[in-house]
Design a protein around this ligand. Structure first.
Ligand code: ADP
Ligand code: MG
Ligand code: ZN
Length: 505
C-alpha cells in the first residue's frame, strides 16, 4: 500500500525537478486485411464475424505476414529517419487474458524492424516557436487484441464479473508501436512536448497514408512514461500511464504525473515503478499494477513465421514513395505565404494547413482561404469537438461562395448562412442558396418599397436627411437591411435612398 502525498503545483515541481519522458505509441494501420490472415479490418461488423482459424489460433492454422503492413512500417521508419533491419523476427508475447484466443500476442521483441531514428517537434513558447528533437528507439509491428466486455461486476473488470463477452474482430489487426528514447531537457515544457510529439506522429502517419488515425475511435493509444530527478542527479524511477487516447490527455497525463511524483519525492519517499490508469474526468491517474507484480511474458521467436528480411532495393523503392513530410511542408508554406508567426501557428494548431493549401489551389485568394478556415469553420469544428477535415465543407464549396460574393449574388453575412446550411448537411452551396432563399435583393423596386416603408416609419429621420443631415441616413439603411434580413447591399440601399430624397452625398 502506498501512502498518498500532497501534489506539488506544476511550476514549483518543474523548478525543483527535471522531468524525463518516454512515449510508447500504438497505432492501427489502415490495411484492408489483418496482420497474419485475410480477415477484414473493417470496423462495425457483428461480433466475431471478422475471424478465421488463423486469427482465432486454431490448431493447424498457419499465419502469413501482411506485406502491406510491413511496407507501412518501413515507410514510417524511414520517415522517422530510422535504420531498417535487414533481417528481423516476430516474437510471441505470452500472457493469460482471453483477449487473444491464442494466449499470446505476436509482436517483435529484441529485433524490431526499424530502430534509431528521430522526429523534430515544434512547441510554442513565450519566446516564440522552439524545436525539440525526440529520438526514436524503435518502430515495430504487432497485432491488436480482441475486445472483452465484462458484465455484472461493479467495476467493469474481469474480477467480480458474472460473465464476459468477447469479440475477436479486432484481434489480429496490424499495429505499429513507436517507442521513444528517454526525452530529456524539456523542463516546464514537458507536457507540450509530449503533445506536440504525438500530434506530429499522427500528422506523419496521415501524410504517409499508413493510417487515418481516428483517435476518438481508439486507433491511436499512448503509454506515457514519466520520471523526475533533481538537476544533476541520475534519472528517477518512472511510472507508465497506460492507454492514453487523446492529444489533450497526453498533455494532461504528463502534467498531473509531474505534480504527483514531485509530492512523493518532496516527502522523502520513493516513486514506485508501476503502471497507472488515466481518468479523463479528473485529469489524474490512479495506480495500476506495480513492476514487482509485473508479468514475465516469456518472449520467444515465433516459430510459425519466416523472418522479415527486406532487401536494400525494396527499402530504397519504399523511400522513393515518401511524400513531402509535414515538417518540410510547414517550412515551405511558411516561406510561400509570408504571414505572421502567430497567424501561421493558428493554422498549424487548427490542423488547417492542408485545407488552406487545397483551397488556394482551387482558386481562392489566400487571405480568404485562411479567413474561412480559421474563423467560421474552426468555430464550428471546436463546438462539435471534431477536426476541420471532418466538416462537410470542402475547398470547392469555399471557391463557390467566393464566386457568389465576387459577383454580388450574396454578401458576407449571407455567406455565413450559406456555410451554416452546408455544415448542417442541407446540400451544396447552390442548393443551400436556393433552398434558404439567400440572395442579395438587387431588384430596385423591392428595395425602394422597403426604403419607403422605413421612411414612413421614421418621418423625423426622413425630415433630417431632406434637410441635408446625410449622417442620419444610417438609421434608414439599417432598417432596410433588417427588413430584408441582411439580403441587401447596404451601399446600394444608401445610394437609392439619397436619390429618392433628392439629396446629394
Ligand atoms: P518497458 O518495456 O518496461 O515498457 P522500455 O525500456 O521499453 O520499458 O521503456 C519504456 C519507455 O520509457 C521508453 O520510451 C523509454 O525511453 C522510457 N524511459 C526509460 N527510462 C525512463 C525514465 N527513467 N524516465 C522516463 N522514461 C523512461
Ligand atoms: Mg512498455
Ligand atoms: Zn483471420
Amino acid at each position: 500500500m502506498t501512502a498518498t502525498h500532497d501534489l506539488v503545483a506544476f511550476d514549483d515541481a518543474v523548478a525543483e525537478f527535471d522531468p524525463v519522458l518516454g512515449l510508447e505509441t500504438h497505432v492501427e494501420l489502415g490495411t484492408a486485411s489483418k496482420m497474419f490472415c485475410s480477415c477484414s479490418t473493417a470496423s462495425g461488423g457483428a461480433p466475431n464475424t471478422h475471424a478465421c482459424p488463423v486469427c482465432l489460433g486454431l490448431p493447424g492454422s498457419l499465419p502469413v505476414v501482411n506485406r502491406a503492413a510491413v511496407e507501412s512500417t518501413i515507410r514510417m521508419g524511414l520517415a522517422l529517419h530510422c535504420s531498417i533491419a535487414s533481417w528481423c523476427r516476430f516474437a510471441r508475447k505470452n500472457y493469460f487474458y482471453p483477449d487473444m484466443p491464442k494466449d499470446y500476442q505476436v509482436s517483435q521483441y529484441d529485433e524490431p524492424l526499424c530502430f534509431d531514428g528521430y522526429l523534430d517537434v515544434l512547441v510554442d513558447t513565450v519566446e516564440g516557436p522552439r524545436t525539440f528533437r525526440v529520438e526514436i528507439e524503435r518502430v515495430h509491428m504487432e497485432e491488436d487484441t480482441g475486445k472483452l466486455t465484462h458484465a455484472g461486476g461493479a467495476t467493469g473488470r474481469i474480477h467480480g464479473a458474472d460473465y464476459s463477452l468477447v469479440d475477436y474482430n479486432r484481434a489480429g489487426i496490424p499495429l505499429i508501436e513507436i517507442v521513444t528514447k528517454p526525452i530529456t531537457g524539456t523542463g516546464a515544457l514537458a507536457p507540450q512536448v509530449a503533445r506536440a510529439y504525438v500530434t506530429e506522429l499522427r500528422d506523419l502517419m496521415r501524410a504517409l497514408g499508413v493510417s487515418d488515425v481516428r483517435m476518438e475511435e481508439g486507433s491511436l493509444r499512448c503509454d506515457v512514461n514519466v520520471s523526475l530527478a533533481r538537476p544533476g542527479q541520475p534519472w528517477g524511477t518512472r511510472s507508465e500511464t497506460k492507454n492514453v487516447n487523446s492529444l489533450r490527455s497526453v498533455e494532461r497525463a504528463v502534467h498531473s504525473e509531474i505534480e504527483r511524483q514531485a509530492g512523493v519525492l518532496r516527502a522523502g519517499d520513493r516513486v514506485v515503478q508501476e503502471t497507472r490508469h488515466f481518468h479523463e474526468d479528473t485529469g489524474r491517474s490512479t495506480s495500476g499494477r506495480s513492476k514487482e507484480q509485473a508479468e514475465d511474458y516469456r518472449y520467444f521467436p515465433e516459430p510459425d513465421l519466416v523472418p522479415v528480411a527486406p532487401s536494400t532495393s525494396w527499402v530504397e523503392e519504399l523511400r522513393g514513395t515518401l511524400p513531402e513530410l509535414p515538417s518540410v511542408k510547414r517550412a515551405r508554406l511558411r516561406e510561400e505565404w509570408q504571414i505572421s508567426d502567430h497567424e501561421f501557428q493558428t493554422l498549424v494548431n487548427a490542423s488547417a494547413l492542408d485545407l488552406v493549401e487545397e483551397t488556394i489551389a482551387a482558386g481562392v485568394e489566400p487571405a480568404a482561404a485562411r479567413k474561412w478556415w480559421t474563423g467560421e469553420l474552426l468555430r464550428t469544428a471546436n463546438e462539435r469537438g471534431v477536426e476541420l477535415a471532418d466538416l462537410s465543407v470542402t475547398p470547392a464549396d469555399i471557391l463557390r461562395v467566393e464566386q457568389l460574393l465576387a459577383d454580388g449574388s450574396i454578401n458576407d453575412k449571407l455567406a455565413r448562412q450559406v456555410f451554416d446550411g452546408v455544415l448542417a448537411g442541407e446540400g451544396s452551396v447552390d442548393e443551400v442558396v436556393a433552398a434558404r432563399g439567400l440572395a442579395v435583393v438587387s431588384d430596385d423596386s423591392a428595395l425602394l418599397a422597403a426604403i419607403d416603408e422605413a421612411l414612413a416609419a421614421q418621418p423625423d429621420v426622413a425630415e433630417k436627411i431632406r434637410g441635408g443631415k446625410v449622417q442620419a441616413a444610417g438609421a434608414i439603411v439599417g432598417a432596410v437591411m433588417k427588413a430584408t434580413r441582411g439580403q441587401a447591399d447596404a451601399a446600394k440601399v444608401r445610394t437609392l435612398l439619397l436619390e429618392r430624397l433628392g439629396v446629394a452625398e
